[in-house]
Ligand binder design. Sequence first.
Ligand SMILES: Cc1cc2nc3c(=O)[nH]c(=O)nc-3n(C[C@H](O)[C@H](O)[C@H](O)COP(=O)(O)O)c2cc1C
Length: 139
Amino acid sequence: MDVIQAINTRRAYRSLAPAPITEEVVRDLARCAQLAPTCNNNQPARFVFVWEPAMLEKMKSVFSKGNAWCRADSMVVAVCAEKEADCLIKDREYYLFDTGMQTAFLILRATELGLVAHPIAGYNPELVRDVLGYRRRCR
Ligand SMILES: Cc1cc2nc3c(=O)[nH]c(=O)nc-3n(C[C@H](O)[C@H](O)[C@H](O)COP(=O)(O)O)c2cc1C
């Protein structure tokens, strides 16, 4: 699949079938996110890949009501970023832009691998932090 095919194929589908997630897939996705352009190559995003069944089960509590369909997922990727991890030039905070770039690369590669990668903002960030034991800010 070339880039234009991945862009045309990607959709935020809500009907999810089980997908075969392996460590190889996780490393592949992480590497693609790492290769995205970021200010000074800071790579501000931290991706927490949750695919181990017991942890995935715990993550079911974090979704908003409207995102109940997420409970059929095979993996959750929590995307975390802090503004101090990236360029801060006058009033320009680069981290959200760069995190978006990294996430888009991950999503397109997931599409190429035949996966559905659906971004969501409908979750409870406090619960995410609790479940993951992640103490830094998660946006
Ligand atoms: C930052 C962000 C947050 C989103 N949050 C949700 C969400 O909470 N629930 C949901 O079903 N879709 C969510 N979406 C998916 C969008 O609704 C979807 O991408 C958009 O309608 C375009 O559809 P398409 O991705 O299939 O082209 C989100 C997308 C983005 C980029």
